[in-house]
Design a protein around this ligand. Sequence first.
Ligand code: ADP
Length: 378
Amino acid sequence: MKILVLNAGSSSLKYALYETSAEAAAADTDQLLDEGLVERVTNMPDALKTAFAALAPALGGEAVVGVGHRVVHGGTYPESMVIDAGVESTIDALSELAPLHNPRSLAAYRAARERVPDAIHVAVFDTSFHQTMPRHAYAFAIPPRYLDEKKIRRYGFHGISHRSVALRFAKLQGKAPEDLRIVSCHLGNGCSVCAVDRGRSIDTSMGFTPLEGLVMGARSGDMDASALLHLIIREGEDPAALLDMLNNASGLQAISGVSNDMRDILKAADSGNERARFAVDAFCYRAKKFIGAYIAAMNGADALIFTAGIGEHSAPIRAGTCAGLDRLGIAVDPVLNSAASHAARCIGNSPIAVWVVPTEEQLMIARDTVTCVTAQSS
Ligand code: ADP
């Protein structure tokens, strides 16, 4: 069946068309028919019109049976959901917690529902995979009424990606996910680490929003909340401006003074730029701390996996992140690490094996959509 995947970002719309089914997913024979990106989206119905026009040859007059929508914040939904009025209003309500993301997904859903009203529309959430975290991992150590009444807690993000690499790695090993403990590092523009204990996320570095944890392209990651309150209360700074600073003007961009793009920063560091070198060191050090923490959380690990733009493509960042972890059982092989390859591959045969596994978020969304479509129509 033809499945359309839609991923609405802050100003773009990524789309992909698959021919797949439950059987194809099980046999790993799903076919990506076409994919593309509409940039500078100001009007979602127009963006979808562009996408459908581009997809017409691949569709060949056939109907789209299911549409999988990537939704960043799914609150406490533990799995992907067929979007009905209730799910739609929950996604809408969660816009308060994810104001940059959920409204875009909703706009894409509403436009797609107009365009393909007979298709089954499915929401695939970045948060669902982390719903298996135990309370001691997701609850902040503050009075419980903030959790109970205001839903202040760790939700975790990048769940579609962490789940995808954990499943792919298990398949490559010929093992069940339940037999593996994995530390998954999604290092892209946004970055997070996840402890996948026997197929289930038990902890992850992003928290209430995608701001917490690692140093990212333009996000600060961890910092003491009281430093911000100090700036607000004692220095009279504007809370909204600080929030914007932390999300859009921090991270690698701020500390390197070069760019938010790791390629530019590595180039500058190689040519002697001290701030760029410091940014690379800070990025790798923060990632390393979380890797150590999650090995402790699982009392060991079978594999450390790198994925996403930086994780898949940057040998120096993988080497820098793993440097000095040999006593924990992690060592990157310099030859394997620097081999030019886009395939899933081992880059270190240490006691904790080190792997690069390309993330397959779109495919995960397509497969979840098939699962929901199949359940709905049976
Ligand atoms: P997003 O989180 O937006 O999906 P990606 O996963 O595509 O982002 O990752 C984007 C990041 O990957 C950018 O910071 C870019 O610099 C980095 N990147 C891509 N290729 C390389 C490379 N060869 N070396 C270093 N960084 C890279």
